[in-house]
Ligand binder design. Structure first.
Ligand code: PLP
Length: 391
């Protein structure tokens, strides 16, 4: 379909990939260098050191030239053996995909359900862990920020549930849409493998993904029996000692990563997190003023990187998104799985400031009117009032 051009910069307000800052684009736009030459080692060493700060870990972080799905697979194949039981939490679409992957890899996932309106059920997890006296469960896998629902799981509480049960299972956490947007502490929460991707809080295009790895996970990797080759941590960690990679890295994306990490550290991680919290709160105030419902029904689990908004019964979230794209040149996230056509998702993560948020919410409010979705006006004003009063 040929669309009439709408003037002005496109608003990419899906919850990732996010808008890539010009500084990062300029960095990517450098000539590709010899990835085995002398300059590359210094670049790799700097990136790997700064990544530790972002993951809040003193341990190793590895970088794959892959989307986030690759880093999911790396987490599982490096640590587990065929037939191992893994506890997973069905918090939404992405948790379901990770579980399907575990099945395909011949693991035995036990799925702890939610209604897709809150984070992981820590009580149910704790009960299953406490019952597992034989320690058959080898890993607990949780999506920190479920991008399909805008619900966050409390990783500190999942850690506490493992500790309370005295259970030795590995803890694996997907932070693909939370890292560098929401406070996330690999070491303090004693996470064994953290999975992340480049295209959200890290403000890069898609194409890189990450595992942060605990000593316990490294030990598990010595005896894990799932087949692994490309994803094997061992040659990667060996080459990384001098800043190099065992195969051709995504050189130009690494230039961008280096710049993005510099920008995050210039802003300061606490400020990055506070900025996302503030934009999320302003968005929720707009949504409530419109009289629409936030998909996340548990305020303790609100996401700071996106807000999923339910449309009233009898209305189509996809028609609303299409109207907003056509009229205002803005992309919003669609509903996935059981939420198809029921929600639209506003991404407010990455390189994102107050004025972009106001523009985004303005586009939504005008779109609601254009698409005939019943709502009250004043959402943008509510967000403005909050932003102005909480500079
Ligand atoms: C929470 C979460 N996990 C996993 C994925 C899959 O990552 P990718 O599409 O980069 O493979 C996504 C993608 O949006 C995600 O949001």
């Amino acid at each position: 379909m040929v669309r009439t051009r709408v003037a002005g910069r496109h608003f990419l307000q899906i919850p990732g990939p996010t808008n890539v800052p010009d500084r990062v684009l300029r960095a990517i736009d450098n000539p590709t260098m010899d990835h085995r030459g002398p300059a590359f080692g210094a670049l790799g060493t700097e990136i790997l050191a700064n990544l530790r700060t972002i993951f809040q870990t003193a341990g190793s972080v590895v970088v794959y030239p892959a989307s986030g799905t690759g880093a999911w697979e790396a987490a599982l194949v490096n640590t587990l053996s065929p037939g191992d039981t893994v506890l997973m939490c069905r918090t939404g679409w992405f948790a379901s995909l990770w579980k399907e992957m575990a099945e395909r890899l011949s693991l035995k996932p036990v799925f702890v359900d939610t209604d897709w309106r809150r984070g992981a059920d820590v009580v149910a997890l704790g009960e299953l862990l406490a019952k597992d006296k034989a320690h058959q469960i080898k890993a607990v896998c949780v999506v920190h920020n479920e991008t399909s629902t805008g619900c966050t799981s409390r990783i500190d509480e999942v850690r506490a549930a493992l500790d309370a049960a005295g259970h030795p299972a590995l803890l694996m956490v997907d932070t693909i849409s939370s890292l560098a947007s929401m406070d996330y502490r690999h070491d303090a929460w004693r996470v064994d493998v953290t999975v992340a991707g480049s295209q959200k809080g890290l403000m890069l295009p898609p194409g890189l993904s990450f595992n942060a790895i605990s000593d316990k996970a490294l030990k598990a990797a010595e005896t894990a029996k799932l087949p692994r080759s490309y994803w094997d941590w061992r040659p990667m960690l060996e080459a990384n000692k001098t800043g190099y990679f065992p195969y051709t890295p995504g050189t130009n994306l690494l230039y961008g990563l280096n710049e993005a990490l510099t920008m995050l550290l210039e802003e300061g991680l606490p400020n990055v997190f506070a900025r996302h919290d503030r934009h999320a709160e302003a968005t929720r105030r707009a949504v409530r003023t419109w009289g629409l419902e936030i998909q996340c029904a548990e305020p303790r689990h609100y996401s700071s990187s996106l807000t999923a908004v339910r449309v009233p019964e009898g209305h189509s979230a996809d028609a609303l998104r299409a109207a907003i794209l056509d009229r205002f040149n803005m992309s919003l996230g669609n509903g996935l799985g059981i939420l198809k056509d029921r929600v639209f998702r506003i991404g407010h993560l990455g390189d994102f400031g107050d004025l972009q948020l106001v523009g985004t919410l303005g586009g939504v409010e005008m779109g609601l009117r254009a698409a005939g979705v019943p709502h009250k006006s004043g959402g943008v004003q509510a967000a403005l009032d909050y932003l102005a009063g909480n500079a």
